[in-house]
Design a protein around this ligand. Structure first.
Ligand code: DCM
Ligand code: DCM
Ligand code: DCM
Ligand code: ZN
Ligand code: ZN
Length: 298
C-alpha cells in the first residue's frame, strides 16, 4: 500500500488496542508519531531505499509462485520464502523483537513500526504475488493516467475512492471502517478475522516442503562466505493472512480487460470493497496481534 493505505491500517488498529498494548504504543512512538500507529505506519517505506535499510526492501512482500491467470492461487512458506527474507519471516522477526525487553527502546520502536507496516502490506493481494513482479510490470490506466497494476492497488484506486466517497479525508475513511467493524457490515466477520492470533505457533510441518528447504540450505551453505544470523522460525498466522489476500489475485485483481481504466467502472467497483475489507481487517488484526503480545488477549 501507499501512505494512505498504511495510515488507514494504523489508525484502525489504534482504535482497538487493549490497555498494555496502547500504553506501549504511546510511549514507544511518542510525540514524533503523535503516539499513534497511523502516522508511524508509512515509516518502513520511507527508509527502504536508504543504504542503511536496503536489507529491509524484500520484507515488504512475498513472491508467491502460483498461477493466478490459470485460476490457481497459493502461498507456500518454503517455496515462496524459504530461507530468504520475505514478509512472512519479517513479521515473525519483529513479533519477537517488539516484545524483547533486552533490546533498546529504539530497536523496539523500530520493530513496532515494521509490524505496523507489514501487517498492512500482507493484506495487499499484489504484495503476496510473484506474477509480473507483483503486477509492477503490468501497464495500467487509473483515472486517465498511466500507471501499473501494482500501483493502482497500492494507491490509485484508494485515492480515487477517498476523493469520491470520503471527502479526501483519511480520518473520515477510518471512522467509516471502524463503524463497519463495531456495528456495521464487518461486525459479523470479526471473529473469523481473529481465528488465527497465536504469536508463537510455527508454520505446520505439512506446510513446509522439506526437500525444497533442504536443497536451498545446501545451496546457501555452499555459496556463503560469512555466517548469517540464526534462522527465524516462520509463524502460522502471517501465512494464513497472506493466503487470504493472495486468493483475491484469482478472483478480482487480474480480472480485467486490457486498456480499461481500473479507477472507474466495473473493475473499480469490484476492487474498492476488497481494499476496504483488507485495510479494515489488517488494522483489526494488528491491534489483536499487539494485544496478544502485550496483554495476553485479543
Ligand atoms: N539485517 C539483515 N537481516 C535481518 C535483519 C537485519 O540482513 N533479518 C541486517 C541489518 C544489520 C545487519 O544485517 O545492519 C547486521 O545485523 P546483525 O548485527 O544483527 O547481524
Ligand atoms: N535488525 C533486525 N532484525 C534482526 C536483527 C537486527 O531488523 N533480527 C535490525 C535492527 C537494526 C539493524 O538491523 O536496524 C542493526 O541491528 P544490530 O545493531 O542489532 O545489528
Ligand atoms: N513489490 C512487490 N513484489 C515485488 C517487488 C516489489 O510487492 N516482487 C512492491 C514493493 C512496492 C512496489 O511493489 O510496494 C514497488 O516496488 P519497488 O519500489 O521496489 O519498485
Ligand atoms: Zn506496493
Ligand atoms: Zn511496504
Amino acid at each position: 500500500w501507499g501512505n494512505l493505505g498504511h495510515e488507514t491500517v494504523g489508525y484502525v488498529a489504534q482504535e482497538f488496542l487493549s490497555t498494555n498494548a496502547l500504553s506501549f504504543v504511546q510511549s514507544s512512538l511518542g510525540s514524533t508519531y503523535n503516539k499513534s500507529l497511523g502516522p508511524a505506519a508509512p515509516w518502513a517505506d520511507s527508509v527502504k531505499y536508504e543504504s542503511a535499510y536496503r536489507w529491509s526492501a524484500p520484507y515488504h512482500f512475498v513472491d508467491a509462485m502460483d498461477s493466478p491467470l490459470q485460476g490457481s492461487c497459493s502461498v507456500e512458506e518454503s517455496r515462496d520464502c524459504g530461507d530468504d527474507d520475505c514478509i512472512l519471516t519479517a513479521i515473525a522477526n519483529y513479533t519477537t523483537r517488539v516484545a524483547k525487553t533486552s533490546l533498546s527502546a529504539a530497536q523496539r520502536q523500530e520493530a513496532l513500526k515494521f509490524l505496523d507496516h507489514f501487517l498492512g502490506d500482507i493484506g495487499q493481494p499484489l504484495h503476496v504475488e510473484n506474477y509480473e513482479v507483483g503486477g509492477n510490470d503490468i501497464d495500467a490506466v487509473c483515472g486517465g493516467e498511466s500507471t501499473n497494476l501494482h500501483a493502482a492497488w497500492d494507491t490509485g484506486i484508494l485515492t480515487t475512492s477517498l476523493d469520491a466517497s470520503y471527502s479526501s479525508s483519511v480520518p473520515t475513511y477510518v471512522a467509516a471502517l471502524v463503524a463497519r467493524i463495531k456495528s456495521g457490515a464487518y461486525k459479523s466477520l470479526t471473529s473469523d478475522w481473529l481465528s488465527c492470533t497465536s504469536t508463537t505457533e510455527p508454520v505446520s510441518k505439512r506446510g513446509l516442503v522439506r526437500e525444497a528447504s533442504i536443497a536451498r540450505d545446501i545451496a546457501r551453505l555452499l555459496s556463503e562466505t560469512s555466517v548469517k544470523r540464526a534462522a527465524i522460525t516462520p509463524l502460522e498466522c502471517p501465512l494464513v493472512w497472506a493466503r487470504e489476500a493472495n486468493a483475491y489475485d484469482c478472483s478480482t485483481v487480474f480480472n480485467y480487460t486490457s486498456n480499461t481504466d481500473l479507477c472507474t467502472g466495473s473493475y473499480y467497483k469490484s476492487a474498492v470493497p476488497v481494499i476496504d475489507l483488507q485495510l479494515a481487517k489488517q488494522g483489526y488484526r494488528l491491534a489483536a496481534w499487539l494485544n496478544v503480545i502485550f496483554d495476553g488477549e485479543t
